[in-house]
Design a protein around this ligand. Structure first.
Ligand SMILES: Nc1ncnc2c1ncn2[C@@H]1O[C@H](COP(=O)(O)OP(=O)(O)OP(=O)(O)O)[C@@H](O)[C@H]1O
Ligand SMILES: [Mg+2]
Length: 346
């Protein structure tokens, strides 16, 4: 295609001059010998004519250039159209820090309608600044619930309301800015503690306000005492070429990183499942300290971490089966949660 285009282009360019000369010479001959005109006006009109011919031939070569470029432009245009088609639907309402709470109202969700609902008519409320625990067997739908909460997924039926605003109307990035999300498989960067917490949002050595925020985050995550006990403090390298952290210290570093963003909702998914009970206790302590400062949603297999939750939601095969505070749910005769706690012999 390109070869053919170039051949045509070369031909037009090469033919332009001879064609012009041919035309001019024949006009001169006609004017001089047949019409017996003087030479001077002929020269002027030939000059004008030559420029005219050139412009006309120029149109042709421009057109060829257009054809040569059009293909790539079309590819880009199609690609943009495809991106727009697959973009996440987004709402318009910009949301600030959580004030009232989050409500799931008869929410149903299915990954595949043929297989059936993964969440089945789930209704509950997470009040702002409460600590809510979500427990249930593997596959009960806990992570799916979190994906709905972060607006990654949309309910098939029912509604998710954040401060009374339906999820679909919310501008997603404004909501996600409010969320800190601690996952088990988060990464530690081969850099200082300070940079691992603030993620290079400035120079912690020069910026005192930034350093104060980093220290506060570390303190809330119960990591400050440990870091300050190191000879290089927050400049200590962690990661591949730095010191190795224990599982509990890693978790607390991830929590500190999320707290640094000052979220109004902190989500912890299975954050403590691989920890020993002492490490777990420290994390439970740091979650406790957040009480009243932000909303916390914890998913835990290990029930010890959710002792201090204001509310425990027990899920089974996509249904919310029990709901209440830790102690009353545990002591309720015949409760599923009581059996789960007994099984973990707490
Ligand atoms: N992307 C997906 N596509 C199809 N089905 C999915 C998808 N993700 C999860 N599921 C199904 O949805 C159900 C709930 O999964 P979910 O991940 O929410 O469970 P969970 O409670 O978080 O489990 P775990 O405690 O093991 O993390 C499961 O039956 C699972 O097979
Ligand atoms: Mg899960």
């Amino acid at each position: 295609m390109t070869a053919r285009l170039n051949r045509v282009l070369a031909f037009t360019n090469a033919a332009r001059e001879p064609i012009a000369v041919l035309v001019i010479v024949s006009i001169a001959i006609v004017q001089l010998s047949l019409l017996q005109q003087p030479l001077a006006p002929i020269m002027v009109s030939i000059l004008l004519f030559y420029r005219g011919v050139n412009a006309v031939l120029g149109v042709h070569s421009s057109w060829q250039t257009v054809i040569a470029q059009a293909g790539s432009i079309e590819v880009v245009r199609d690609e943009f159209a495809r991106l727009a088609d697959e973009a996440e639907p987004n709402g318009r309402t910009v949301i600030g820090p959580l004030r009232d709470g989050i409500e799931f109202r008869d929410v149903c969700f299915a990954y595949d309608e043929r297989i059936g609902d993964v969440l089945d008519a789930v209704s509950f409320v997470i009040p702002a600044n409460a600590i809510v625990a979500i427990v249930g067997a593997s596959g009960a739908g806990k992570s799916t619930l979190i994906d709905l909460l972060t607006l990654l997924l949309q309910p098939r039926a029912g509604q998710l309301l954040i401060d009374g605003i339906p999820g679909i109307q919310i501008e997603k990035s404004s909501w996600r800015r409010q969320i800190g999300y601690v996952l088990q498989e988060a990464v530690i960067f081969d850099d200082s503690f300070a940079n691992n917490i603030c993620l290079w949002s400035g120079d912690p050595d020069a910026d005192l306000a930034l350093m104060a925020r980093i220290r506060l985050a570390a303190q809330s995550a119960h990591l400050l005492g440990y870091i300050d006990s190191l000879p290089n403090g927050f400049r200590t390298r962690v990661g591949d070429r730095g010191i190795r952290l224990s599982g509990g210290q890693r978790q607390r570093l991830f929590i500190a990183r999320e707290l640094f963003k000052e979220p109004s909702l902190l989500i912890l998914d299975e954050a403590t499942s691989s920890l020993d009970s002492e490490a777990e206790r420290v994390i439970q302590q740091s979650i406790d300290d957040l009480r009243g400062r932000m909303t916390v949603v914890i998913i835990a297999h290990r029930l010890a971490t959710v002792r201090s939750a204001d509310q425990v939601l027990v899920f089974d095969q996509g249904r919310l089966v029990e709901q209440g505070d830790y102690v009353s749910l545990r002591d309720q005769p015949g409760s599923r949660f009581g059996a789960m706690v007994a099984a973990q012999s707490l």
